[in-house]
Design a protein around this ligand. Sequence first.
Ligand code: IPE
Ligand code: IPE
Ligand code: MG
Length: 245
Amino acid sequence: MTNGNGNHSATSHQSGLHVAIIMDGSGRWATARGLPRAAGHRAGRAAVRRAVATALECGIGVLTLFTFSTDNWGRPESEISELMGTFEDFFSLDAPVLAGRGARVTVIGRRDRLPASLQDAIENAEAASRAAGKLHVRFAIDYSGRDAILNAARRLQQTNDDTAETFTLLLAEAEHAGEPARDVDLLIRTGGEQRLSNCPLWEIAYAELYFTPCLWPDFGPAELDAAMQEFHTRHRRFGALPAMV
Ligand code: IPE
Ligand code: IPE
Ligand code: MG
């Protein structure tokens, strides 16, 4: 896999691309196999491990994974409990392995509504991976793009500086992100739907959009590679004319 310069190299997360993925389709993946939806979420955990391993090798600096939206609390309690258990397993068992390979793991979104044991697992994974510098993986959990913007707007009212730079800092605070990440370069949605479903909205203002019918548990290195190849064929103009960029 190549980066924007045609080099086959991973870069530090300060300079690499920011790729965001709306990981959708795990429920349908399971249903199509006659399995309970929870089996799809467990298979989705393996796909996360694969995606992080691939991202470590292909010039991605920041990987934001939309994992659980504030709207997903509307699902049956049994599915929510399975999801929270799967997340906890990921942060306890998978994150340390990925950290050893250079992936720093953090979580954006509200944290106070998550089970205490998951909050602990997240804090441990964040602390243990803080020094990992090859890739920054941000999991958006109990996340709403609109709530994040609204919370940042409330914070902005308390200041007398209404610049976009300050707003971006306040948004990172509102998302519990610590420092802001660079804007999203490429937004991938698996599972065939072509919508945003309240993902990080401010950050995707100029993202290239890539929709694939591939269900999340089937997403692997070849699919991420295809998305990256497609990204590198896009001409980003940021409102200017082609010759000016
Ligand atoms: C995404 O997969 C995971 C979450 C939203 C938590 P889904 O669970 O939405 O899978 P589908 O869309 O029903 O197949
Ligand atoms: C989007 O998937 C949210 C996440 C992947 C976390 P959903 O399945 O919740 O979105 P809708 O309901 O199809 O819009
Ligand atoms: Mg879905």
